[in-house]
Design a protein around this ligand. Structure first.
Ligand code: SF4
Length: 184
């Protein structure tokens, strides 16, 4: 799998086939609830591993982690590695697969059958997002505003960044608690 992604998206599409990749994308949306649970478990592990990453150096971990993320998410979501993953707010339907890369809802051109105006053979990623979101437990909702893509993050691991941020938040909360108990 890694080899496929090391080869690049074009080669992967050639090997797996564009139709199969599209079918897998739709499967992922239909199983958004399950994938959400899997992701939450992975995230917990990554947050726990934060002290190890800290010791090794995040910059060293970045490359292998991005490669793993690209391999897994490339197959499941046709991920473009934007570096700011929105899947948990978009029903596991990657907004970067919208031909207009719209990250805050559909354009006005969705066809009557729910397909894309630019690629009529493809379901609108936002129509899929609504379906997937209905299957998820996450408090993140579809109306959450997504910031414009920061292209300096392209190719980087969203998993690692989120885990790093969450670990830092936990550490800050723990040190606040320690300060409060010292004062008491
Ligand atoms: S939102 Fe970005 S990181 Fe998430 S699957 Fe899509 S391209 Fe990949």
């Amino acid at each position: 799998m890694h080899l496929l992604y090391v080869c690049g998206k074009k080669a992967t599409t050639k090997l797996i086939g564009a139709k199969t990749m599209y079918k897998v994308r739709l499967w992922s949306v239909r199983h958004a609830g399950l994938l959400e649970k899997v992701y939450n478990a992975v995230e917990k592990c990554l947050v726990r591993l934060a002290p190890v990453f800290e010791r090794v150096g995040y910059e060293r971990v970045e490359k292998p982690m991005a490669l793993i993320e690209k391999s897994v998410k490339g197959v499941l979501f046709d991920c473009q590695m934007c570096g700011q993953c929105a899947l948990s707010s978009t029903g596991m339907s990657c907004p970067m697969n919208c031909p207009k890369t719209l990250r805050n809802g559909p354009c006005g051109g969705v066809r009557e059958n729910g397909n894309c105006e630019v690629k009529p053979e493809m379901a609108c990623v936002w129509v899929e997002a609504v379906k997937g979101h209905a299957l998820m437990q996450s408090a993140n909702n579809l109306n959450e505003v997504q910031f414009p893509v920061d292209y300096t993050l392209k190719g980087s691991s969203s998993w690692l960044r989120v885990a790093r941020e969450k670990a830092a938040e936990t550490a800050a909360a723990n040190s606040d608690d320690a300060l409060t108990s010292d004062k008491v």
